[in-house]
Design a binder for this molecule. Structure first.
Ligand code: SAM
Length: 276
């Protein structure tokens, strides 16, 4: 996979050489291109912003450097061939669609992503419109809050995407059992639509706190059931929005036991609505 990032702070992306993603990049499984937007300015001060038309506070990123940057990056990587449908341009913005694990999985299947990091009040709106005439473009938000720039959002998304690439995680199954499973009914994805419950390791007793005995039982069916119950309880406690969605779009059917656990966790549910 190739990932190009356009930013006025290239140094922000030092962490990409660290940990699992750094190792994947060193192996050549991921190629990062981090580009300084100011390289496409032509004035002495390398200006990338200007005051907003219509007035108001703050500055807006000028369209000219962005247009040249996107043209050059698209040509640069495209010249190396093998990128099929061309790049997908991802523009982080608080006004975008909420980035989720489903986005991460979809982006991980792309051969080539370009991220455009905004700063100030954002990028002149014509840049996204122009880019849409040249490539696929998606605007995404990493949460309902406002950052000072797109760089941390791109680091977050890059990590979520790259850990799903084959060979990046030590144990491929660990992504399959993570929170926000994809609802693969055939593999019985246990976390579909849920957040994962707590995990434990040695010692068995720590400060008088025991690990749940079932996890030491060796009974795989009982352990799977306990993990699912723990996920249902934690989802009910922390993410009632997800429980509400289970009622209408449970990716994996809920059984009677699931309904019982949810009911005990404060979500009395009508079996007619939720059990499949
Ligand atoms: N004026 C914009 C608004 O209210 O929607 C906010 C601009 S923000 C100060 C500057 C840049 O930070 C954005 O262009 C975007 O790149 C990034 N950014 C801020 N919050 C973000 C979020 N929640 N998700 C993704 N990117 C974000």
């Amino acid at each position: 996979m190739r990932i190009d990032i356009i930013t006025i702070f290239p140094e922000y992306f030092g962490p990409l050489s660290v940990s699992l993603i750094g190792k994947a990049a060193a192996r050549g499984d991921i190629t990062f291109g981090v580009h300084d937007l100011r390289g496409w300015t032509h004035d002495l001060h390398r200006t990338v912003d200007d005051s907003p038309f219509g007035g108001g506070p703050g500055m807006v990123m000028k369209p000219e450097p962005w247009g040249e940057a996107l043209d050059s990056v698209q040509a640069l990587a495209g010249g190396r061939g093998g990128f099929g449908a061309g790049p997908l341009l991802v523009i982080p913005t608080p006004a975008g669609a909420p980035f989720s694990q489903l986005h991460a999985a979809r982006y991980a299947a792309e051969p080539w992503l370009i991220f455009a990091c905004g700063r100030y009040e954002g990028i002149d709106g014509r840049v996204a419109d122009e880019a849409r005439s040249l490539m696929r473009v998606e605007e995404v938000s990493i949460g309902d809050y406002v950052l000072a720039g797109g760089e941390p959002a791109v680091l977050v998304m890059t990590e979520a995407i790259c850990r799903l690439l084959p060979g990046v995680l030590g144990n491929a199954e660990s992504a399959a059992n993570d929170s926000f499973g994809f609802g693969d009914v055939e593999s019985g994805d246990p976390m579909a639509g849920l957040v994962e419950g707590p995990s434990y390791t040695r010692p068995r007793v720590w400060r008088d706190r025991e690990v749940p005995p079932v996890l030491l039982s060796g009974d795989h069916a009982a352990i799977a059931r306990w993990r699912r119950d723990a996920a249902l309880r934690r989802t009910a406690q922390n993410r009632p929005d997800l429980v509400a969605r289970l009622a209408t779009e449970a990716p994996v059917p809920l059984d009677r036991h699931d309904l019982q656990v949810l009911s005990e966790a404060g979500f009395p549910v009508d079996g007619k609505d939720m059990a499949h």
